[in-house]
Write a protein that binds this ligand. Structure first.
Ligand SMILES: Nc1nc2c(ncn2[C@@H]2O[C@H](COP(=O)(O)OP(=O)(O)OP(=O)(O)O)[C@@H](O)[C@H]2O)c(=O)[nH]1
Ligand SMILES: [Mg+2]
Length: 300
């Protein structure tokens, strides 16, 4: 039997009071169409990092709904809030890309997440290959290579300071000769406002797309769930580099609830593919909006 613990197990063990506990204790079990209640709910959403504009939009929708239907219990209001938040999310079908490239700011969790993803795919019976295209940070290549060795999967890398685009091309060609089911490529961390580094990323994406085909690759942005509002500007900056297909929400084991991901998803139509919740290699899950909202709002 697997000892794998899910994100919800993690929450069960680590969060004392859920948003819904707080809402229900605020509402005291009964309801009235009281502006005070909306104000309190708004504050709770903002505290969950959902962001002011998004929280206001969601509460406005709740107000509208509550004009149309009478919800006699606080539990029903919580359920309605969850329903509205799930509808707010733009879903997109899971991709069957043959190459996934992780991009993001420094320290957002790219390399760690790649080892988790590699292990996840491997457990699903897929053959995985890695490309270590972070040639910028000393030690980055060996960080990924040591994971590859532990997982017994091939990892193609370049020398420190090599052109990352050429490492990507070499990697794609290697895996054309030695096929795998999925290639996962690591890239150097970069701030979204550093023009030269974003230009470099544009080239990396362009040459990789030329090797494997634009439709066969997916570029995912790792967003550290603890950084809050800056996620919006990161998404905007990385979208400008030519291709961005989705988000991986990292570090959900902290105190943050990562609610800003709803705002990012809604604004840029970027689906959340995975979330990670710890240092353990198994601390990754495919993202499920209903589970996420239920854990955020209802705690189950
Ligand atoms: N608590 C926690 N820490 C994480 C998680 N994912 C990554 N980390 C930690 O975050 C730090 C940065 O992780 P990396 O994977 O090296 O991040 P990166 O984006 O590759 O960093 P650069 O390559 O420097 O841009 C490390 O200390 C990781 O252990 C997570 O889900 N939970
Ligand atoms: Mg890294």
């Amino acid at each position: 039997m697997s000892s794998k613990r899910s994100f919800n197990d993690y929450l069960d063990n680590n969060r004392k009071m859920t948003l819904s506990d707080r809402i229900i204790s605020l509402l005291g079990g009964k309801t009235s169409n009281n502006d005070d209640i909306y104000e309190q709910l708004l504050v709770l959403l903002i505290q969950a990092d959902v962001g002011v504009d998004t929280s206001e939009e969601i509460i406005d929708q709740l107000k509208e709904q509550m004009l149309q239907e009478f919800l006699p219990s606080s539990r029903q209001i919580v359920d309605k809030l969850a329903e509205i938040m799930i509808d707010y999310y733009h879903d997109a079908p899971a991709s069957d890309a043959s190459l996934i490239m992780l991009v993001g700011v420094n320290g957002s969790g790219k390399t760690t997440t790649i080892s988790k993803l590699a292990d996840l795919y491997r457990r699903k019976g897929k053959k995985v290959g890695l490309i270590a295209a972070d040639t910028f940070r000393a030690g980055a290549v060996s960080q990924l290579q040591s994971w590859a060795e532990r997982l017994s999967i091939p990892c193609i890398s370049g020398k420190e300071n090599a052109d990352p685009s050429s490492v990507l091309v070499d990697g794609c060609r290697y895996f054309r000769e030695n096929p795998v089911d999925i290639i996962i490529a690591d890239t150097a961390g970069r701030m979204q406002n550093k023009n030269n580094l974003m230009k470099e990323l544009e080239k990396m994406i362009r040459v990789t797309a030329r090797e494997v085909g634009q439709e066969n690759m997916e570029v995912l942005l790792t967003l550290d769930s603890t950084i809050g509002q800056n996620s919006l500007s990161q998404a905007e900056g990385f979208l400008a580099s030519g291709k961005l297909n989705g988000i991986i929400l990292t570090k959900m084991d902290g105190s943050s609830k990562g609610g800003i991901v709803l705002a990012v998803n809604h604004k840029y139509k970027l689906p959340v593919r995975y979330l990670t919740f710890g240092e353990n290699i198994e601390a990754i899950e495919e993202f499920d909006i209903e589970e996420y909202i239920n854990s955020l709002v209802k705690g189950k």
